[in-house]
Design a protein around this ligand. Structure first.
Ligand code: 9MR
Length: 573
């Protein structure tokens, strides 16, 4: 952005101290002769990286503001890729990251008008799903056929997991609640929702893009997954099946190729609480759309309350896939999302239910968990999702809760300050990567979630330093990292081309499905592929077999949608 900080990073030992910014007229790399040099600066001191053997120097050109397309040149080094300075530089990114969910839709044909090159047949209709023996109940004995259509594929695989859908939906809903004006007008070219014919007055069946019936794309897309989630609740008792899955992962084929049986497996407390949180949040968001979506908000509210009640009656049903496979056949070997600590799920569900219903029982439950220290959200640790919502809605919450909310706010600001204070010593001038523990499976979502946390700090206290620090992690994701890699498919000059993503592998199209965030460096390398680099911040390989560093996942794209959208929304501040 013209007025935001701007950095490039030189790795290795530079012969000279200088760098130039040159204009790329007409986007051609004809910089020789340097007649088009627009800015000149000196490199900063050498900084050793904490997470690789690299040494870096910073090129700070924050003082240059003029919109255009440029490269950075450092004598003796390859030129940088071209980059743009201008307002709204991340609109395309935000729209692409949201559109990523459309490409993940199961049970739906992706048509050329929306999907372009990546149009494809529907897969996994899930209208005939078997109750796995682990999920058998009196009314639904093993083998009962139920219907759980729609929703997004979780990741590079074709299964649908409630726990991971939970944090994904919560993050997307937070983006909506925090930046409604921005997301109201963000268009990603997705099909409008099928709606009841009388929902928006007279609607021409051939023009379903009728402005009165069209929801904002972020909500439209979320409903595609929400409706699936609602099918995962057992109407008899409110409990929620942990996942809808094949017994084993499909091979690397397109959706619709395999027809192996699909199952819902046992209900779990974690899935049920995550479901309660999401449906409670959905209930208050869609209450404002009663005309277009009659009944949805009320259904969500009832579903959330029923899920909470089931969880109370079954407070510690963990999903232990290995144990399950000892007792039941067929064995299920797909993603487990087997969380063993549920305090945070209790807190998140209680917080969302409290905000939506104001019911005292949830206040009690929230109070019981208020002392948990804050930590970055992940699929297995969702407490912060509750904190974000409580802070956002604090004006509607009782006085008795306010001192505790002050303390949460202070802790949030402390975490954000610690991130900001990391920056000067980091090798790439990004919040991401100061700690080796940042480089886990899905490390790019750590970067995005740190950014989202910083935005939440800004929402609490409008201090520019939080925004600037959040931007450093978007820069990390887009290329200012030890691999010089843009981790979002379809964007940038050097980006992920071979994600572990079945459609991208099997569709016969060179370019991967766009708008998807790769997992990122992960020294764990649990995929046992050959990695050219193995240090924490370089342990990434752009090969489709590398599921531990190069898969994509819905819970990783969501904080990217939040972060990019928030930064776009706030750039003028
Ligand atoms: O994101 C998950 C990561 O935190 C776990 O360490 C890993 C191994 O259990 O699983 C990841 O989730 C995968 C899921 O189990 C199946 N779909 C793909 C997900 C992303 O790799």
């Amino acid at each position: 952005y013209p007025d935001a900080p701007k950095y490039a990073v030189v790795t290795g030992v530079a012969a000279k101290d200088v760098f130039y910014i040159v204009s790329v007229a007409n986007n051609t790399p004809s910089w020789q002769g340097r007649v088009d040099t627009v800015f000149f600066g000196r490199l900063g001191p050498s900084t050793p990286s904490a997470n690789s053997s690299m040494i870096t120097r910073l090129a700070d050109f924050s003082a240059f503001h003029r919109p255009g397309v440029y490269r950075v040149i450092v004598p003796g080094f390859p030129n940088s890729y071209p980059f743009t300075i201008g307002p709204n530089v991340f609109t395309q990114l935000t729209a692409a990251a949201l559109k990523g969910y459309y490409y993940q839709r199961s049970a739906m044909t992706l048509t050329p008008g929306y999907a372009g090159l990546w149009s494809r047949p529907a897969g996994h209709p899930d209208t005939v799903v078997l109750v796995h023996p682990s999920a058998a109940s009196t009314l639904r004995p093993a083998g009962t056929v139920i219907s759980c259509p729609g929703g997004w594929y979780d990741a590079g695989d074709y299964n649908k997991y409630i726990v991971n859908s939970g944090i994904t939906m919560g993050t997307l809903f937070d983006a909506w609640e925090d930046f409604p004006e921005y997301f109201d007008t963000l268009h990603s070219n997705i099909p409008p929702l099928p709606m009841p014919p009388n929902a928006a007055g007279a609607r021409d069946a051939h023009d379903s893009r009728d402005a009165t019936s069209r929801l904002p794309d972020l909500l439209n897309e979320s409903i595609y997954n929400l409706r699936w989630m609602l099918t995962m609740q057992d109407p008899a008792d409110g409990g929620v099946y942990h996942k809808c899955t094949n017994a084993a992962f499909d091979s690397m084929v397109m959706p619709g190729v395999t027809k192996t049986p699909r199952y819902v497996v046992q209900k779990s407390t974690a899935a049920t609480l995550d479901f309660a949180a999401v449906t409670a949040q959905a209930a208050r968001i869609f209450a404002k759309y009663r005309r277009q979506l009659p009944g949805l908000a009320d259904s969500c509210r009832r579903a959330a309350i029923a899920a909470w009640q089931w969880a109370h009656q079954h407070p510690d049903v963990l999903y232990d896939q290995d144990a399950m496979n000892k007792n039941f056949t067929p064995a299920v070997t797909t993603g487990a999302y087997g969380d063993r600590h549920l305090e945070d799920e209790w807190f998140w569900a209680a917080a969302e239910l409290l905000v939506t219903t104001s019911d005292a029982q949830y206040l009690l439950a929230v109070r019981g968990q208020l002392n948990t220290p804050l930590s970055l959200p992940s699929w297995s640790n969702v407490a912060m999702m509750g904190d974000y919502s409580l802070l956002h809605h604090r004006a509607t919450l009782p006085n008795t809760l306010q001192p505790a909310l002050d303390s949460i706010k202070q802790q949030l600001l402390q975490m954000a300050d610690a991130y900001v204070n990391r920056l000067p010593a980091t090798a790439f001038h990004t919040v991401m990567g100061e700690k080796v523990s940042d480089f886990v499976w899905g490390s790019n979502s750590v970067a995005a979630n740190q950014g989202m946390l910083l935005i939440n700090a800004w929402l609490q206290q409008h201090d520019r330093k939080y925004l600037d620090a959040a931007l450093t992690n978007l820069d990390y994701i887009l290329g200012r990292n030890a691999l010089n890699e843009c981790f979002v498919t379809g964007l940038g000059s050097h980006s992920t081309m071979h994600p572990h993503h079945r459609p991208s592998v099997a569709d016969g199209i060179d370019a991967p499905v766009p708008g998807l965030l790769a997992g990122g460096p992960n020294p764990g390398r649990q995929d046992h592929q050959t990695y050219a680099y193995t240090e924490p911040e370089t342990a990434y390989t752009d090969q489709s077999g590398a599921f531990a560093s190069n898969e994509i996942a819905i819970n990783w794209n969501a904080p990217l949608v939040y972060l990019a959208g928030a930064i776009e929304a706030l750039q003028a501040n």
